[in-house]
Design a protein around this ligand. Structure first.
Ligand SMILES: C[S@@+](CC[C@H](N)C(=O)[O-])C[C@H]1O[C@@H](n2cnc3c(N)ncnc32)[C@H](O)[C@@H]1O
Length: 283
């Protein structure tokens, strides 16, 4: 139980508590959670060191710390996260947008600029982070699909928050099933790609995320295979496919797409120097 004390002491106790539960960024997390309760920026926190919390704020902070101690990700506790400088609401129905995925969005934005692409498909949209970030930056029309109604509800909300809902059509769809009579200049996807074996080794935080957003059968290839099979039907002749990669099977993914007649343009590495984004064109 947290004792009523000034913010300086409270933060020290909270950091120790989170460290005890093996939270890597204990200090940062303790501060971010407190700032969200006080509704202030982190820079303001240090001018308030001798202030105290109300009983209600203290209780709320205690709850947040308990959730974080149980290894629930910060973004789910806060109910939001940042991606490409934009705000996205998230809950346990959607994958938390990852920093590596920003590399994919940057590549897509570049390709749109160079080739003047207009029609975009974001398959497996989740929180809508890719579709919304691209629509925010570029003059494009996006179709965003996901099998999960709960995810689509969140994505629709996020498109409103970021004022791009008129540029995006959201669809509940099992892969391409509900995408009718349409051709796209870019097919984007960050599909589930973790193998069953890899799933067993994930850190505890990831177990809070929807399993169907993470795991793919056929040694991680199931969804890449679906996209490879269907893309000819949905891609314009001069169009491209941009995929986030499971770096452990990146070569197999390239080979799979080659079988279906696509040609690798490039692979982009992430901050850890791992294969992260694959760009392909029609063969
Ligand atoms: C790795 S998450 C990506 C979410 C988001 N695009 C991102 O980059 O953060 C994969 C998404 O695929 C969706 N998904 C799983 N199976 C699907 C299927 N059969 N058809 C369409 N979407 C599916 C999940 O609901 C999840 O939102």
């Amino acid at each position: 139980m947290l004792k009523a004390s000034n913010i300086f002491t409270l933060l020290k106790t909270s950091e120790e508590l989170l460290t005890l539960h093996n939270i890597k960024e204990a200090k940062l997390d303790a501060e971010v959670l407190l700032c969200s309760i006080l509704n202030i920026k982190r820079s303001k926190l240090f001018t308030m060191r001798s202030d105290t919390l109300t009983q209600i704020q203290l209780k709320q902070y205690q709850k947040y710390l308990e959730r974080r101690s149980n290894r629930e990700p910060l973004a789910y506790i806060l109910g939001k996260t940042e991606f490409m400088g934009l705000e996205f609401n998230v809950n346990s129905n959607v994958l938390i947008p990852r920093q590596e995925t920003e590399l994919l969005v940057e590549e897509v934005n570049n390709q749109i600029k160079i080739n003047n692409y207009k029609e975009i498909l974001d398959m497996c949209t989740g929180s809508g982070c890719i579709a919304i970030s691209v629509a925010y930056e570029k003059d494009v029309l996006v179709t965003a699909a996901d099998i999960s109604k709960e995810a689509i509800d969140i994505a629709v909300g996020n498109s409103r928050i970021n004022k791009v809902s008129s540029k995006i059509e959201f669809l509940i769809s099992n892969m391409f099933d509900n995408i009718k009579d349409k051709k796209f200049d870019i097919i984007i996807s960050n599909p589930p790609y973790i193998t069953r074996e890899e799933f067993k080794t994930l850190e505890e935080e990831l177990l809070f995320e929807p399993k169907n957003a993470l795991v793919a059968e056929d040694d991680g290839l199931f969804f890449y295979n679906k996209i490879a099979e269907k893309s000819k039907e949905y891609l314009n002749n001069n169009g491209i496919i941009v995929l986030e990669l499971n770096s452990n099977i990146s070569q197999k993914i390239v080979e799979l797409f080659e079988i279906y007649g696509f040609i690798k343009i490039k692979i982009i590495k992430d901050y850890a120097n791992l294969d992260r984004v694959l760009v392909l064109k029609n063969g």
